[in-house]
Structure formats: structure tokens, C-alpha cells
Design a protein around this ligand. Structure first.
Ligand SMILES: [Zn+2]
Ligand SMILES: [Zn+2]
Length: 138
């Protein structure tokens, strides 16, 4: 494909929404909050915060729907297949929160923390599974 070794491309499940993140993804947090559990249908979500200027929508902008999950916190998903794609926070317009699961070959991911572990699901144990990201959760 295009030669850049430091861009990550991704898409939603149905392929309507396509996007690219330039540069490395950097610190990633696993969020165990109840909202992420409900929105992802899984134990936690994996989110990378990247500067908005390094994010580009390649297709599907018209299909993106937003849900304001809490005041100023918008969860953005594909209106056709429902895949979570990114989130944006009104108080931090300089960054966008990418959901890592949609990226084909994420570059420069560095797992830094599990957060909101007080609400961790009872059926998931935090442990040596941490480095196994990329082999797929659910
Ligand atoms: Zn879709
Ligand atoms: Zn969360």
C-alpha cells in the first residue's frame, strides 16, 4: 500500500467508515468503566489518545453517528454496523480517542494502564493476558 511505515489504517465492521492515524498511537489505556463495557459489549475498551491533526477520515463521514454518553463526551460509531470508532471530548478538542480494535496494523502502541478497575467485570481477570493484545478480544 502507500509506503508510510508509521500510519495505521482502520475501518468499522461493515467498512463504511475508514480512517487513518498518522504516526505512532502512543499510550493506550484499557478502560474498564461501565460505559465502555456497555458500549463495547466486552470487558473493557482499548483507547489511544491522538492529536486530531493526525487523524483523517477516509470514508464514511456521513455514516458516523454520535452519542453523548456523558456531558461533552461523544462516542462516535458507524450508523450502519454500530462499530465504535472514536470518541471526542468537548473539553479536549485537540485530541481524539481512537478505539484500537478497528485498526489493521496499529503502530507504536504502548499499553500503559488499566483504568476504572473498580468497575472491572467479574468475568475478566487482569493479569498476564495484558501483553496478548492483538490476538483479539471477543
Ligand atoms: Zn460500519
Ligand atoms: Zn471507559
Amino acid at each position: 500500500m502507500s509506503g508510510s511505515g508509521t500510519a495505521s489504517e482502520g475501518r468499522c465492521l461493515c467498512g463504511t467508515v475508514r480512517y487513518r492515524v498518522s504516526g505512532t498511537l502512543g499510550p493506550v489505556r484499557y478502560c474498564h468503566c461501565r460505559m465502555c463495557q456497555r458500549a463495547s459489549g466486552s470487558a473493557f475498551s482499548a483507547n489511544a489518545s491522538v492529536p486530531v491533526e493526525r487523524f483523517a477520515l477516509l470514508a464514511g463521514a456521513d455514516s458516523i453517528r454520535e452519542y453523548e454518553a456523558s456531558p461533552g463526551a461523544f462516542r462516535c460509531f458507524c450508523g450502519r454496523c454500530g462499530s465504535p470508532v472514536f470518541a471526542r471530548l468537548a473539553f479536549d478538542p485537540a485530541h481524539i480517542r481512537i478505539r484500537l480494535g478497528g485498526l489493521d496494523r496499529p503502530h507504536g502502541v504502548e499499553i500503559t494502564a488499566h483504568v476504572w478497575t473498580d468497575s472491572k467485570s467479574s468475568w475478566y481477570e487482569i493479569g498476564e493476558a495484558l501483553p496478548q493484545y492483538g490476538q483479539g478480544f471477543g
